[in-house]
Design a protein around this ligand. Structure first.
Ligand code: SF4
Length: 706
């Protein structure tokens, strides 16, 4: 602690540990400078074992989000039309009373299933992320299947690997061949670069598989550019070559794999490099080259992103990718393995927060990807009469946006949004509640990209009248007459109980003293954990009789009757729709559509013109950027921008509610569009005008309702 001068007044300045709460595999350790109850500076924690003191540009000035002028400071009631964003200030007591009164009436008329919670990963801490689970379970509300991100990847991994722990990212430092598969490392997993660089210095080659030339592809030594949604076919072609050229580890397969012979006999003959080339667009010779680089490496390491799994066959593709390290015995080699998604959350008994025992039997489940249909389908019984949104912004991030907005516009839908900013969804709310940022509440964090966990205590008081998710659900429980001591606890008490649960949840002792002191703690891994195959057979299950089909096969993307495959990639300036509040990150303009120059020439489009992309679901406008980084027949846009930053809607005007083959996952990337010149130039932020124009359906792609 030290004193800092500020205009002649001296404040105590402290540096406190915290954790980045956003939906990112890195889960960075933070050091927050606090002065006079304000966060004045945020920097990386150099003691963090994975993130090692660096942050992405978004979080390097997190204090600008926390103390942003646009923070919602108090509860509000809607005064204008839905979507207009007009509200009046009300007290917390009035807000809670009104919500409880409306819900009691809805439950009496239609039953509790007419209430639908909607949340995702706006904050990743175990307590605040899952704060509503117990409350809504106890209420008997519809249960939300939280499937918008990567459940297909999880399902595919589980089908082959069961509960086997993924390789730690640091393991890759010892690899001689690192494959970044659909992993936009320089945008979404930036700290893994440290491990990749360490391996590279020792001579490792870095291979990248993606659908266009990302910055990560440019960074890699070799780039293999697949058609969107064809990763499973690429994996099959590579497996064919590995088998044909004797590049497999037969001793490893014999001891640790089931189903290899079946795959070899029943699938691989159909996936010659030529057939795989026809599916993927990667020349057969390049597929062979990849197979040799991978198969002849001493210890190949695959790191997958999630985008490749957001297609019709996302789970099948993951199953097929998981066959590669099994075929070459990568798990047995130091530095080799497969990093799909790490489940550091297993270190704690999360049921302490989620309380699945409170769930009423037979309550219906609603897939969050289908929100548009759920809100607009009058046949649903009971119809959803109230939507409670927290840690999510579905008006912006859910697929088939026109339908979502039509649903949110319903006059008979009572919508409550608990948020830090007046997001696209909050603009449709009847009641808006101010939410704390991660610096203002207590929580416990784990990562899905590495094995470090960390506790974070509130380091500043709540901004304005904001309250944490947990505090609001406790207040709502009381208002709804739920008498259960569970809802009398503090978030910190839940964190304590979670930390205590590590004794039974994790098989090796976790350093609870460091955890209690808000220091990053690396979860200890058993020696040989990569070879501890936690499947029913104790082996890697290429063939899994509990799956349909038992033997994985390539599933082609849905596609659409339109000319271009649309890839919606991450933008480094924002994360999902978070950080759109930050003027300095978004001011350079948004909504660029990248297209190959030959396609642009064919359509008589030039660099910098306004174009409209459309399909049967809707239309969205972009500024065209001609670049050979995008192959012909594809277009790419980066980022999911708030409506106010767009020219009449973001990329989700075009995405579909269709689900993946397994896991019920989203298929955001499985989309095709037509592209043509826009008839008028749209001003940035000129939302009202844009909506009005869209209502006229002038683009001929269907209407964008307000
Ligand atoms: S968004 Fe990701 S990279 Fe950026 S600080 Fe948070 S965890 Fe780290």
């Amino acid at each position: 602690m030290r004193r800092a001068g500020l205009g002649g007044v001296f404040h105590l300045m402290e540096i406190r540990n915290s954790v980045c709460p956003y939906d990112c595999p890195d889960c960075c350790g933070l050091r927050v400078h606090v002065e006079g109850g304000h966060a004045t500076r945020v920097e990386g924690d150099p003691s963090h074992p994975f993130t090692r003191g660096t942050l992405c540009p978004k979080m390097a000035h997190y204090e600008r989000t926390v103390h942003n002028d646009r923070r919602i400071q108090h509860p509000m009631r809607r005064t204008g039309k839905k979507g207009e964003g007009m509200f009046e200030r009300i007290s917390w007591d009035a807000a809670i009373e009104e919500i409880a009164a409306r819900w009691k009436r809805i439950i009496a008329a239609d039953g509790a299933e007419a209430i639908l919670p909607y949340s995702y990963a706006g904050t990743m801490g175990i307590v605040q992320h899952g704060a509503g689970h117990a409350f809504f379970a106890r209420l008997g509300a519809s249960s939300l299947d939280r499937t918008i991100c990567s459940p297909a990847k999880r399902a595919g991994y589980k089908a082959v690997m069961g509960d086997t722990r993924c390789a730690a990212p640091q393991e890759a430092q010892e690899s001689d061949c690192i494959v970044l598969w659909g992993c936009s490392m320089l945008a979404t997993d930036i700290h893994f670069r440290h491990d990749v660089e360490a391996a590279r210095k020792k001579g490792a080659r870095v291979l990248c598989i993606d659908t266009y030339e990302t910055k990560t592809a440019q960074y890699a030594d070799e780039f293999f550019c697949v058609k969107p949604g064809t990763d499973g076919a690429f994996a099959l072609g590579v497996l064919h070559v590995l088998a044909r050229e004797g590049l497999t580890d037969e001793a490893f397969i014999e001891a640790h794999v089931t189903g290899w012979e079946a795959l070899k006999e029943r699938r691989l003959p159909h996936y010659t490099p030529e057939r795989a080339a026809a599916e993927t667009g990667v020349p057969a010779a390049e597929i062979e080259r990849f197979a040799r680089l991978y198969g002849m490496a001493r210890a190949p390491f695959i790191r997958t992103g999630s985008g490749y799994s957001r297609y019709a066959g996302g789970a099948a593709a993951t199953r097929l990718i998981a066959c590669l390290p099994a075929a070459v015995g990568a798990y047995a080699r130091r530095g080799g393995g497969f990093l799909s998604s790490i489940s550091g959350g297993k270190a704690f008994d999360r049921d302490i927060v989620h309380r699945p025992d409170l769930a009423k039997k037979g309550v219906r489940h609603i897939n969050m990807c289908a929100l548009g249909n759920v809100l607009t389908d009058a046949r649903l019984a009971p119809r959803v009469r109230s939507l409670y949104v927290y840690a999510s912004n579905p008006a912006c991030t859910a697929p088939d946006q026109n339908r979502v907005l039509a649903g949110l516009s319903r006059g008979d839908l009572f919508t409550v949004v608990h948020e830090r900013f007046l997001t696209d969804t909050a603009r449709y709310a009847d009641i808006v509640l101010p939410a704390t940022s991660s610096l203002e509440h207590d929580d416990l964090y784990y990562s899905y990209g590495h094995y470090t966990v960390e506790r974070a205590r509130a380091v500043i008081p709540p901004v304005g009248e904001s309250r944490s998710n947990w505090a609001v659900f406790c207040a709502l429980a009381h208002a709804m007459g739920i008498k259960d001591a569970f809802f009398d606890q503090t978030a910190d008490a839940l964190v304590e109980a979670l930390i205590a649960s590590a004794d039974r949840a994790w098989e090796l002792p976790v350093d609870k003293a460091r955890l209690a002191a808000c220091e990053p703690v690396e979860l200890p891994l058993p020696a040989g954990y990569k070879m501890d195959f936690l499947t029913p057979s104790g082996k890697i299950e290429i063939e899994n009789p509990r799956e349909e089909p038992a033997l994985p096969d390539y599933i082609a993307p849905y596609g659409d009757a339109a000319a271009f495959a649309l890839v919606s990639a991450p933008d480094m300036r924002i994360l999902d729709s978070s950080f759109c509040e930050r003027e300095e990150l978004t001011r350079e303009g948004t909504m660029v559509l990248m297209m190959h120059p030959a396609d642009a020439a064919r359509l008589a489009l030039t660099d910098g013109v306004e174009v409209v992309c459309g399909n049967t679901r809707g239309a969205a406008r972009f500024t065209l950027k001609c670049t050979p980084r995008v192959p012909a027949g594809r277009v790419v846009t980066e980022g999911v921008w708030w409506q106010a930053l767009t020219k009449g809607g973001n990329v989700n005007r075009l995405t579909a509610q269709r689900l993946t083959d397994s896991g019920g996952g989203s298929t955001f990337y499985d989309v095709c569009v037509d592209v043509r010149a826009a008839r008028c130039v749209w001003g940035r932020g000129d939302f009202a005008k844009n909506v009005e124009t869209d209502k006229e359906g002038e683009d001929g792609y269907g209407r964008n309702p307000t």
